[in-house]
Design a protein around this ligand. Structure first.
Ligand code: NAP
Length: 495
């Protein structure tokens, strides 16, 4: 077993040795800001053979971001030449690669290194990081940026093992498996499925879309930026920043409706129904596509072509529940077996096992997932009591349904930088959030969430097994920025 410090070329003995877990948006952003702030002693552990996280993994046809790219990018690394308002996954992935190159992060990244467990050693005031290949590293601080949406959820439908055709999940798209002329079943109608269904419908012979719950949908109105617009973004001072701010505040404004203020919520619901009515003339199909829960309770989806794709002659929307899979098809509750040779699961991700299979043992030896046991309690989604010198990026209750999560990630990154600066100035090396502060924060978060759309009674991946919501930030994002703008030393045990 190799035992080494994360930093091999330690130049400043006062500088903490930092380990970042995951080289997605969070990990890369953290590394850039550490470098910009003068830290050199950090390593990113990445289990895959490249950086990029969700934007590396999701390559399904039509994969794109629902947040406009000028906002879904770092404020400290803006890009003028985004090709579209809502860029494709490949362009976002290239953006992340270019960040790694520009800020020369390559030497800080350990690819193909899967962390199996991390243990805080109170006597040494250090974390021991073990990998699946039996290496051990040591670090003073951990910054965990592994993200919640990376474990494909493939439902255990009876008979699935008997299917003789091809099965894959949207985040593990099999590009070798040509879909032309195939009979395809798509299970799920969430954010990913509504993007790939319009892309494949014209290729396949038949497409059976299995919908469990209809989604609220609004138009995307995507378009390419002209060369002139890109030139203006690049060369006219202030325009790009102004545009970014405009997108941000426009999303916050939509947030009034999504979060659930009744008048605006009703208005948005009516607008979405109107869109459905204009796009789908068949009342039978429209009825199947009309949600029966409050808009905003589950994630709202945006698409310009999903409804059209369901009305192609070769596509069929099936709303009968699935009861089993046979060797040649999917059987629904009405007894019909829908013959197919390919099943694509657009069934989302396992979010309740957020950090697993990684094990994280805090100062009293308690494992984090066990401590959470369905209640992922944290302070600001960044710190967890009993887990000293450990920060989460995009941790519990910091996801969004209305604006860019990169905004939240950046707020967290700045909080970590401020915490590190505080420790350096105060010549301290141990912080652990106070349990009572964490409890107060969680109680107030859950109280707010219950009052808004997310607590209005639908079932969604935002909810944990105990029915509580540990996914979403309960409100507008300036309030998160406000709470994280300073490192809140009074909320921590420091020594
Ligand atoms: P998702 O939005 O959670 O959708 C999963 C779909 O699968 C839902 O329709 C769900 O139905 C259905 N489903 C799940 N289990 C099922 C089962 N056992 N039987 C039948 N249907 C089942 O998943 P996703 O589309 O992968 O997206 C996950 C998240 O990733 C999104 O919420 C979003 O945050 C992010 N994302 C973003 C984008 C974007 O920016 N455009 C794109 C993709 C993903 P129910 O509704 O009934 O549960």
């Amino acid at each position: 077993m190799k035992k080494t410090n994360v930093a091999e070329n330690r130049t400043d003995k006062l500088e903490p040795c930092l380990a970042i877990i995951g080289a997605g948006f969070s990990g890369i952003g953290m590394a850039i800001r550490l470098k910009q702030s003068g830290y050199r002693n950090f390593t990113i552990f990445e289990r895959s053979d490249n950086v990029g996280g969700t934007w590396r993994d999701n390559t399904y046809p039509g994969c794109a971001c629902d947040v406009a790219s000028h906002l879904y990018s770092f404020s400290f690394e803006k890009k003028s030449d985004w090709t579209k308002v809502f860029s494709d996954a490949s362009e976002i992935y290239q953006y992340l690669l270019s960040c790694v190159e520009k800020y020369q992060l390559e030497n800080h990244i350990k690819l193909n290194t899967t962390v199996s467990d991390m243990r805080f050693d109170s006597s040494a005031n250090q974390w021991a990081i073990s990998t699946v290949s039996n290496e051990t590293f040591h670090a003073d601080m951990i910054i965990n940026g592994t993200g919640p949406l990376n474990k494909p959820n493939i439902p255990n439908i009876p008979g699935i093992e008997n299917f003789t055709g091809k099965i894959f999940h949207s985040s593990q798209w099999d590009h070798e498996h040509q879909l032309d002329g195939r009979n395809v079943a798509c299970i799920g109608t969430g954010a990913s499925a509504i993007q790939f269904i319009p892309e494949i419908v014209n290729k396949v012979r038949s497409l059976k879309v299995f919908q469990r719950t209809p989604t609220w949908l609004v138009p995307r109105l995507n378009r390419n930026y002209s060369s002139l617009t890109k030139w203006v973004f690049k060369n006219v001072p202030g325009v790009r920043n102004f545009y970014r701010l405009f997108i941000y505040w426009r999303n916050e404004y939509y947030g009034i409706a999504i979060i659930g203020y009744p008048f605006f919520n009703n208005l948005l619901q009516k607008a979405s129904k109107l869109y459905l009515r204009t796009k789908v003339k068949d009342p039978e199909l429209r009825k199947k596509l009309t949600p029966n829960y409050q808009i905003g309770c589950k994630r709202i989806n945006i698409s310009d072509d999903y409804y059209e794709s369901l009305q192609r002659p070769n596509s069929d929307l099936i709303t009968e529940p699935i009861i089993s899979i046979t060797s040649t098809g999917v059987t629904s509750a009405d007894g019909e077996t829908h013959e197919c040779d390919t099943i694509i699961f657009g069934t989302g991700f396992v979010t309740t096992k957020y950090l697993q299979p990684m094990k994280i043992y805090g100062s009293k030896g308690k494992e984090l997932t066990e401590q959470w046991a369905g209640s992922a309690e944290s302070y600001l989604g960044i710190s967890v009591a009993g887990f000293p010198n450990y920060f989460l990026l995009l941790g519990p209750n910091t996801g969004l349904g209305h604006n860019s999560v990169v905004f939240m990630i950046e707020a967290q990154i700045e909080y970590v930088i401020k915490a590190l600066s505080y420790l350096k100035e105060a010549k301290k090396s141990f912080i652990d959030v106070k349990l009572e502060r964490q409890e107060t924060f969680c109680d107030s978060t859950q109280n707010k969430l219950e009052k808004f759309s997310w607590g209005s009674g639908c079932d969604s991946w935002y909810l944990s097994e105990n029915g509580k919501n540990y996914s979403i930030w309960p409100g507008f994002t300036p309030s998160y920025w406000w709470k994280t703008r300073k490192f809140d030393v009074a909320s921590y045990h420091v020594s």
